[in-house]
Design a protein around this ligand. Structure first.
Ligand SMILES: Cc1ncc(COP(=O)(O)O)c(C=O)c1O
Length: 404
């Protein structure tokens, strides 16, 4: 199927056929090109290719047919002009910011970020003379007040990890653009199925493909999606020369996973919604945060900005850390791990794992309590998950907890 034909199709179809490049063997399933380099019929052909006068592959740090298929499929899904794949989500985040700034520039970011993203903003950028300001992402006045003539990039993650707060992407994009900056959105928690930041005014979208895109806990990967102009201006050379290239093998795994992304995310969102509703009725559960529920603080914004809730539910258990540990240890189907978007349901205690690097005050500012757990809902039957959660809650309520 030609790319122009695929462009007019709906996402589920694009994710099965988009980007496919068949070799001369006419394989049905996309080929895995495990090659670093490419051969040229003559020196003249090599010269023309290196000068960019003729299209073609040169070296797999720059591009590779399997990686290119993954990039093309992701670009179709996101409605982006261009995509560049990276070895991990963090490689994509780092490039999305570092590619755009130089000493003397300024970056504004929402405070509620994944720990490694916070490291880039708070620790790494200042080492190279880039000043940064962290704001409460839900407070538009703080975004406006933080802008300076030197601000080049605004960065946010929505929904946030693990508080599942949702920020107004359109309004923040307007603030960024009024100040001459770009808006980068880390859309990992939403997935491309539930939120399309480029349509809301964002300039650049980044993903950890390690999460829902792979969805089976097998490999790391990342991707930057934006306009061709921004790729040419900020990212093309940065990525070619610094080399955070995605391995062709991982690209192949991710490419095949994209075929089932809509089905997986739809199932996970349905299950997560049912689990959130169940949790909200349970004694011992002090707070449920789920972007698909009417009691979510940004429920109206979510209806405007997102196509569905989330595959994740965060909730506070009575008894603080001891209550959370006892609950998680009592689960038998849900696994203790720190990944998300996986086929397997996963429970995480952010205060002692993903966010343990933060001070208690910083955690409190992000709404992370000692009793909070983050549940990434997988592909299991939702009733089995609810039964597992119910029996674990029973264990939390058992006498003896009060003494711990
Ligand atoms: C919101 C968010 N952004 C970026 C990353 C980094 O992704 P990776 O682990 O693929 O480098 C993660 C990983 O957990 C994440 O949750």
């Amino acid at each position: 199927m030609t790319q122009s034909k695929v462009q007019g199709l709906r996402p589920a179809t694009q994710l099965v056929h988009g980007g496919t490049m068949r070799s001369g063997f006419g394989e049905l399933s996309e080929a895995l090109f495990l090659t670093q380099g490419y051969v040229y019929e003559s020196m003249e052909v090599a010269e023309a290719r290196f000068k960019g006068q003729t299209p073609g592959f040169i070296y797999s740090r720059y591009s590779n047919p399997t990686v290119a298929m993954f990039e093309e499929r992701m670009a179709l899904l996101e409605g982006a002009e261009a995509a560049r794949a990276t070895a991990s989500g963090m490689a994509a985040v780092t490039a999305s910011v570092m590619g755009q700034v130089r000493a003397g520039d300024h970056v504004v970011a929402a405070r509620a970020l994944f720990g490694s993203c916070l490291y880039i903003i708070e620790d790494l950028l200042p080492r190279f003379g880039v000043e940064t300001t962290l704001v409460d992402g839900g407070d538009l006045e703080q975004w406006r007040a933080a802008m300076r003539p030197t601000t080049k990039v605004c960065f946010l993650e929505s929904p946030t990890n693990p508080g599942l707060e949702v920020y107004d992407i359109r309004a923040i994009a307007d603030i960024a653009h009024a100040g001459g900056a770009t808006l980068v959105v880390d859309n990992v928690f939403a997935t491309p199925m539930l939120q399309r930041p480029l349509e809301l005014g964002a300039d650049i979208v980044v993903y950890s493909a390690t999460k829902h895109v792979d969805g089976h806990g097998r490999c790391l990967g990342g991707v930057i999606l934006t306009s061709q102009a921004l790729i040419d201006q900020h990212f093309h050379n940065y990525l070619r020369q610094t080399g955070p290239a995605l391995s062709p093998f991982n690209a192949w795994v991710l490419l095949k996973s994209l075929e089932s992304l809509p089905v997986r995310v739809a199932h996970q969102v349905r299950s997560a919604g049912a689990i959130a509703d169940f949790l909200a009725t349970q004694p011992g559960v002090e707070r449920v945060i789920y972007p698909g529920r009417d009691d979510h603080p940004q429920a109206d914004l979510i209806k405007r900005q997102m196509k569905g809730g989330s595959t994740l539910v965060s909730f506070d258990l009575a008894g603080g850390k001891a209550g959370a540990f006892r609950f998680a240890n009592a689960l038998s189907i849900v696994t203790i791990s720190n990944n998300l978007g996986d086929a397997k349901s996963i429970i995480t205690h952010p205060a002692t794992t993903t966010h343990q690097r933060l001070t208690p005050e910083a955690r409190a500012a992000m709404g992370i309590t000692e009793g909070m757990v983050r549940l990434s809902v997988g592909l299991e039957d939702p009733q089995d998950l609810i039964d597992d959660i119910a029996q674990a809650l029973q264990a939390v309520r058992a006498p003896g907890l009060a003494a711990e």
